[in-house]
Design a protein around this ligand. Structure first.
Ligand SMILES: [Zn+2]
Length: 107
């Protein structure tokens, strides 16, 4: 009987440790995502970028406000591809604005 009790207790402890490890991992990843999201939100949206630099909005598309180049590329803001994009000038490497995408298209 006491062998069964100690077996149950040792199982409970190992489950508790597993739970704590998973919880701290989850908390750490969530914190990192939140930090990245805040950093990403510091960049203007395309509308805000147009407001700040009206000359960059042309009939042929958006241009870089620093060098006037129309070659703007986007890249994922984080390595984990969590929907945050950042748009940079291909010529002078200036970060211009942010946008978001969703992997689940509804339209
Ligand atoms: Zn540029």
């Amino acid at each position: 009987m006491s062998a069964l009790v100690s077996f149950v207790i040792s199982q409970a402890i190992s489950f508790l440790i597993l739970y704590l490890v998973l919880f701290s991992l989850y908390w750490w990843l969530w914190g990192e995502y939140k930090d990245n999201f805040k950093k990403w939100q510091n960049w203007p949206t395309l509308a805000e970028y147009w407001d700040a630099h009206p000359e960059s909005r042309t009939r042929t598309g958006t241009r870089c406000y620093r060098c006037g180049s129309a070659h703007i590329r986007f890249q994922h803001f984080t390595k984990s591809h969590d929907g945050m994009l950042i748009h940079k000038c291909r010529q002078c490497q200036t970060t211009l604005y942010r946008s978001a995408y969703s992997s689940t298209r509804t339209a």
